[in-house]
Design a protein around this ligand. Structure first.
Ligand SMILES: [Zn+2]
Length: 197
């Protein structure tokens, strides 16, 4: 359906602390962004694949930030896939809900001054959540996946996948970890972005 949206670049073995995954690398033709699929097991097109769409978060995943829950949720989803022995994390280069690293820092500063995460995005000239998931459908097709059991709290991800030809068989809620630094952020995600927390 989305032929030409992405280009497969390379794949390799990917041993991690959680499991020995297989890593696939893609480029997105329209943006030159680099996206990954962290995969385990083999995929049967007639069986829904356990999956998560995860957006890269340097501050959370590499720098241990408590302002978001990305690191916790990435670890959770990789562990669930390892336990099942099969699944994919679609790891997208869409830092800060796709506003980029520097704008994310600007948005954090605005939140320090009292705005919520949605108001901060608007103040910087972005929509509340400018992420794009149609590449996920394209990557899934490439890997021979027709339907997913999606680990998410975000109904927008489900709608977008289905609009782009990837069936979501069921939603599997994913845990968040509340801290005093992300409590308001999670509340805003539930109230303004429709997340099911
Ligand atoms: Zn994060």
């Amino acid at each position: 359906m989305h032929k030409g949206l992405i280009e497969f670049v390379e794949s390799c073995e990917f041993p991690t602390e959680i499991a020995n995954f297989h890593l696939y690398a893609f480029t997105e033709n329209a943006t030159n962004k680099e996206h990954l699929a962290i995969a385990l097991g083999s995929f049967d097109p007639s069986v829904p694949t356990l999956a998560r769409i995860h957006c890269q978060c340097l501050t959370g995943e590499s720098l241990f930030s408590l302002r978001c829950v990305c690191r916790f949720q990435l670890t959770e989803s990789l562990k669930k896939i390892a336990k099942k022995g099969c699944g994919i994390v679609f790891y997208l280069q869409q830092e800060g809900r796709n506003i980029g690293l520097l704008n994310k820092i600007k948005a954090y500063k605005l939140q320090d001054q009292g705005l919520d995460t949605v108001e901060a995005n608007h103040k910087l000239g972005f929509t509340d959540d400018p992420r794009d998931y149609k590449i996920v459908s394209a990557i899934a097709k490439y890997l021979g996946v027709n339907s997913v059991d999606l680990m998410t709290n975000n109904p927008r991800k489900i709608t977008s996948l289905e609009e782009n030809g990837l069936l979501v068989n069921k939603r599997i809620p994913i845990k968040s970890k509340t801290t005093k630094y992300n409590r308001d952020y999670l509340k805003t995600k539930a109230k303004k972005l429709g997340h099911l927390l």
